[in-house]
Each structure stands twice: as C-alpha cells, then as structure tokens.
Design a protein around this ligand. Structure first.
Ligand code: PLP
Length: 358
C-alpha cells in the first residue's frame, strides 16, 4: 500500500452548493470563483462540476488558459486583471475578460494596437483599500476606456472587506458608495462574495461572485455550513500507521510539548504540514478516527500527527482518519487552528492524491 493521504472531492456536493447559491441569489448571474486551483479542489475538475455557472473567476492567465484548453467556452474573468502588457494579446486570443483596477493596466490595453476587443470590469475601491479606483475618478476612467477601440463592454465590480460581519456599517457604506458612484453609468454590476450572497441580498445586483461557499464552507461566524445548507466537498483523510500504549507522563512529539495525562493509547496518523495540515493546529484539535471524534496530541510534524485515542480502544493500525470534510466541518478545524477554511483548502500540497467522486 502507498502512503494513504488522500483528498476525496465530492463533485455532486459542489453542484449542490452551486444550486444553493442560485437559491440565495435567484435574480443574479453567477461567477463561480475557481482561482487558486478552485480553492485547492482542482481547477478543471471543479469547473466541470459547475455546468450552470455563467462565468468563472480566476487570477492568472494560466488558469484561464487551462479552462479554455479543457474546452470551456464560458466567460472567464481575470480578477486582478493583466499583470503586464504582454498579457493583452493572450487575453484577446483566449477571450478572457480583464478586471482593470489601476491606471497602469489601461496603458497595457491602449498600447496594444491590434487584437480582439476585450470586455473589461472596472474595479472600484469602495472601502477595502486594496485594489480599485477611487470613486471620484470613475467617470473619467470610464471615458478613457470608451475611447479605446480594443475595449468592448464595460462592467463594474467592487469587493467587501467585512461582509462576514454581523455589524452592517462597512457593508452598507460600501454598497451605497458603489451604487452612487455608478449612477448614470451603463454596465452590469457585481459586489457580492459568498458572505454577501448569504447575508446581504440587497447587494446581489447583476452578478454574484461566490467562492468559498461553493466548496462547502461557511464564511459567516454565526452560521455553520450545515445551517446554510452547504455540503462539504473536500474530505482530507489518511490512516493510522501506529497505535501504542503510553504511560502517564510520556511526552509525545517534537518539543515534548504534550504529555500523556494517564496510561493511554496514542495513535500516529500519516499526515502533517508537508501535506498541508496546519502546523499550528493545537493539541485538542478534532480529528475523526473510524468516523468518531478524537483529539490531536503533540505538535504536528511534517509527515505525522499524534492522536489521543482515549475513548477509541478499538483503534488499530490501518484505521481511517479524517482531518476535515464529511463528519468534521473544515470551519471547525480552521477555527481550532487559528485560521480560515480558505487557507486549509489552498494549502493541501501536491503530494496528496486527489480522488474525484462523480
Ligand atoms: C476570491 C474572490 C471572491 C470570492 O470570495 P469568497 O469569499 O470565497 O466567496 C469574490 N470576488 C473577488 C474579487 C475575489 O477575489
């Protein structure tokens, strides 16, 4: 048997979550955000499970080209736009929509004399202060874009900084500023990420841009994925490779940072930070052994973790261990490890074998 670390990707669950997006935002078109290898789930396989998505959102030309070469004909949006003038030709050739968040990027298109016209999405900074044009300059930027022969349709987007918070202040201000800025300007509008799809229906507008909810994680602190009707897509699993009785006071793992409080069985599972399991997951972080909860014991190593098997007298070498996914919400593991599901998903490393369940 080979090393047993595997990520099972449940594609029907991905489809189900997409349908949930449609139920939450029935009036809007859906740009499925599949950047970062579909949040670590596998770009092309995830995209295949989203036949009803109206567009795909990516952040690199490579991702866009992978989708085109896999035969996808739909709108693809490069969410951070072009990184250099040399990408303008590729965007035309592969029919990729480009976000424009900075004047520099307008220059890339102005200087490219020939090539197919591009649909562009003008990014407006409504308060996140990361990317985008100041609202005050938007009319002038639109004028400039309209004078460029290679610019076809112009659409508009902005991004929320706090849509996952119950406190509405930032979100309402950003929503209002977005609408005010675009008053009198024709073009489709897009604001909502997953949190806003779920919590801020007024912000859905023409296009919603869900990412993490498609993969079955809740972006809202007060609602679990199950509460929201979302199903886990990725289940990260491995097996026990050792089960050993330890005595009271025996330390486990690097730094001898955890000691057995009594005579007890310790399991060692074949997974570690080299696979993308978070090194900072503390003792007590939940895992499943044979489908039942157990707790991490000792520090996470590169290739292994220790598991407190009190309450699991039946556990044997070869038994299945789940790190997150079905039966163990990724959001719970992320919270225990002081991170977010996005980082856990994206961090699953290339040595993990992926199985796709159709
Ligand atoms: C990543 C991203 C999204 C999706 O965000 P989620 O929180 O995963 O739903 C939407 N819009 C933009 C511009 C993004 O970069």
């Amino acid at each position: 048997m080979t090393r047993p670390v595997r990520a099972r990707i449940n594609l029907p669950a991905l489809q189900h979550n997409f349908e949930r997006v449609r139920q939450y935002a029935p009036q809007s078109r859906i740009m499925a955000v599949v950047k970062a290898h579909a949040y670590g789930h596998g770009l092309v396989n995830a995209a295949r499970a989203l036949p009803a998505a109206d567009a795909f959102g990516v952040v690199s030309m490579d991702e866009a080209i992978s989708l085109r070469e896999a035969g996808f004909d739909r709108r693809i949006v490069l969410l951070e736009g072009l990184y250099g003038a040399d990408e303008t030709g590729l965007a035309g050739g592969y029919r990729v929509d480009v976000v424009i968040h900075h004047a520099e990027q307008i220059g890339f298109i102005e200087r490219a004399r020939s090539g197919r016209p591009l649909d562009v999405w003008l990014k407006i900074d409504t308060g996140m202060h990361r990317l985008g044009f100041e609202p005050a300059v938007v009319p002038a930027v639109v004028e400039r874009l309209r004078r460029i022969a290679r610019v076809a349709d112009i659409r508009f987007l902005s991004h929320f900084c706090c849509a996952d918070e119950v406190n509405a202040g930032h979100t309402l201000r950003q929503h209002r500023l977005f609408l005010q800025t675009l008053e009198g300007l024709a073009g489709e509008r897009s604001l909502a990420n997953s949190a806003a799809v779920l919590a801020w229906p007024d912000t859905h507008l023409d296009w919603v841009r869900p990412g993490v909810m498609l993969y079955g994680s809740s972006p809202l602190p007060h609602a679990s994925a199950a509460d929201l009707g979302l199903q886990p897509v990725m289940t990260l699993g491995t097996r026990l490779i050792a089960v050993t009785q330890r005595r009271r006071g025996d330390p486990v793992g690097y730094g001898a940072a955890w000691e057995c409080p009594e005579t007890m069985p310790i399991g060692i599972a074949a997974i570690g930070y080299g696979d993308g399991y978070p090194r900072h997951a503390p003792c007590g972080t939940p895992v499943l052994v044979n489908g039942r909860r157990a707790a991490l014991a000792g520090r996470v190593s590169m290739d292994m973790i220790g598991i407190d098997l009190r309450g699991h007298p039946e556990a044997r070498v070869g038994d299945p261990v789940t790190l997150w996914g079905e039966g163990l919400p990724v959001d719970e593991v992320a919270a225990a490890a002081g991170t977010i599901s996005y980082e856990l998903f994206c961090g699953v490393s290339s040595r993990v074998v992926f199985d796709y369940v159709e």
